[in-house]
Design a protein around this ligand. Structure first.
Ligand code: GUN
Length: 283
């Protein structure tokens, strides 16, 4: 019998804790915690994500500063905005919603975000610190997944974890977090020779592929923990993950749904990182 990991419920609990911490911070320092959210262009999915991030800030008492820039904004103008935000003491975190329109040099933009305000945890410095198991701002989705596993008392130590996807945002930091928690980690990707065989080895399977219902039941070991990072539309336009949920769930000990699994945790960890950045700025 499988258990559904209710990311929405865990996120609500965590947000209440963060709200209490934010209130305590404000009382102690007589100051706000500020998050700048920068979005360029009118990508529909990004608009939804940004709206949800701003709403979540309000919920826990973090002050958000939203910047909606037109698609044709020149690189230089965006660079100047990031530099201003970097120098502004009222801003504890800076988030540039990705993807940026094609004409931008995204790497150059992201490099302008100071490490201590990099609440997405995307910078080479933060990723490097994570790989050395040192204190850092950790990418939100993988960090949220670790919190979900902890919440369910799912032990990672000594388990075989398979991460499908090698992005700097999810796959790589996910693998490092699992490794830091003493799992034996395999990272798979589009060039992996026998993906099915690798998946069948997994006690913990993390799917961050970006293909609707890609993981079928014959790719999942009995009693596996299956974490679905995907956010896709199926053939009927319905939101679905990278895992064929209905077919796979019966084989699992735990599984995350889409929606209501990893998604709400990602935004929660952004709030957590912003609070953490503010606290560190005082130390
Ligand atoms: N685009 C998709 N996911 C993310 C995210 O977590 N952070 C940012 N900045 N952009 C994204």
């Amino acid at each position: 019998m499988y258990k559904i990991i209710d990311g929405k419920k865990i996120a609500v609990e965590m947000r209440q804790n963060i709200k209490n911490c934010v209130n305590e911070y404000k009382r102690r320092y007589a100051a706000e915690i500020g998050l700048a959210v920068v979005m360029v262009g009118d990508n529909q999915a990004s608009q939804v994500y940004v709206r949800n991030k701003i709403k979540a800030c309000e919920e826990v008492g973090i002050k958000s500063f939203a910047y909606y820039l037109p698609e044709e904004t020149p690189q230089k103008e965006l660079e100047e905005l990031i530099c201003e935000l970097a120098a502004n003491d009222s801003i504890n975190g800076i988030l540039v919603q990705l993807p940026l329109p094609k004409h931008f040099d995204s790497e150059k933009i992201l490099k302008l975000i100071p490490v201590e305000k990099d609440v997405d945890g995307f910078s080479a410095e933060n990723l490097g610190m994570l790989s050395q198991n040192n204190e850092c701002l950790t990418s939100c989705t993988p960090n949220g997944i670790m919190k979900m596993l902890e919440h369910e008392n799912i032990s990672v130590c000594g388990k075989k974890a398979v991460v499908i996807g090698r992005s700097n945002i999810v796959g790589k930091p996910m693998a490092m977090l699992l490794l830091n928690a003493d799992a034996t980690v395999t990272v798979c990707h589009s060039k992996t020779a026998n993906l099915k065989a690798e998946c069948l080895e997994a006690d913990i399977l993390i799917a961050a592929i970006g293909k609707a219902k890609f993981i079928k039941s014959d790719m999942v070991k009995d009693e596996a923990v299956v974490i679905d990072v995907g956010m896709n539309r199926d053939e009927n336009g319905k939101l679905c993950g990278d895992v064929d949920y209905e077919a796979v769930k019966e084989k699992c000990s735990y599984i995350t749904p889409v929606p209501g699994g990893v998604g709400p945790m990602t935004i929660t960890m952004l709030l957590y990182n912003t609070y953490t950045a503010a606290v560190r700025s005082r130390n």
